[in-house]
Design a binder for this molecule. Structure first.
Ligand SMILES: [Zn+2]
Ligand SMILES: [Zn+2]
Length: 244
């Protein structure tokens, strides 16, 4: 109890300081860093946008709403749908890297807006009030980076989409090398059994939207969906910033 107060104050002071610094810095493009407010014209043109109208399952462009998609959707096994506003190639990937590696909140805000727009295009009315569950970072990586970017996005998206933010429902059982690491032979095997569900009551009989930054093979999302469905989730969908 004695040291509870100072610690709370310290946290508050740190957060206020970060916010002040964020506002005091000159405005730059959150993707490339050139001076100016918001995304610069070049980066905006370099955003590789995905479909509108989107396939209701995978989000790729279809000819017209309700026409069939040419993808076989095998990579979306156990997932009701996947929404992502951009491809990783181009400015979408640059935004994710600045957010994830530099902790740039301005990039995070652009990403959250893009993700919310993509989700609105794809999620039917039955997804209102769904639980937003971030794919968790492992403790060691979290300490290294200093902040949890998927939890940060889930908090912002909960406000924008009127969904419930459920941080901590999924946890890592063990550290896994990043999926893009050349030493990783099978992405599927790399994440098998790596996650566990903790706050089961938050997802039981409910629709869950997983939040992650990039969809590459989908192995992580499929494994998280397996764990959530086993914990009683009604349906699981996926929302990311980019698709490779
Ligand atoms: Zn730019
Ligand atoms: Zn599709």
């Amino acid at each position: 109890m004695r040291d509870l107060l100072p610690r709370t104050w310290l946290r508050l002071a740190r957060r206020t300081l970060l916010r002040l610094v964020d506002h005091a810095l000159p405005e730059v493009c959150p993707a490339c860093g050139t001076a100016g407010a918001g995304l610069c014209r070049r980066c905006d043109q370099n955003l590789v946008r995905r479909g509108d109208p989107p396939c209701p399952r995978c989000g790729e462009l279809v000819l017209a709403a309700r026409t069939r998609c040419i993808a076989d959707h095998r990579d979306l096994q156990r997932l009701a749908w996947h929404a992502a506003p951009w491809r990783y190639a181009g400015a979408g990937g640059a935004l994710v890297r600045r957010f994830k590696l530099d902790g740039d909140a301005a990039a995070g805000r652009v990403i959250a807006r893009g993700m919310a727009d993509a989700a609105r295009l794809q999620a039917g009315a039955e997804w209102a009030g769904a639980a937003l569950v971030p794919v968790p970072l492992h403790g060691a990586r979290l300490r290294q980076r200093g902040f949890d970017q998927t939890a940060w996005l889930a908090r912002r998206l909960a406000d924008a989409l009127d969904m419930r933010c459920c941080v901590g429902v999924l946890a890592r059982r063990r550290a896994t090398p990043p999926q893009g690491d050349p030493r990783v032979g099978s992405r599927e095997a790399n994440v098998a059994g790596a996650f566990l569900a903790r706050g089961v009551r938050a997802v039981r009989r409910r629709r869950v939207v997983l939040v992650d930054d990039v969809f590459t093979s989908g192995a992580t999302a499929r494994e998280c969906a397996r764990v959530l469905l086993a914990a009683g989730a009604r349906e699981v969908a996926l929302l990311t910033a980019c698709r490779s």
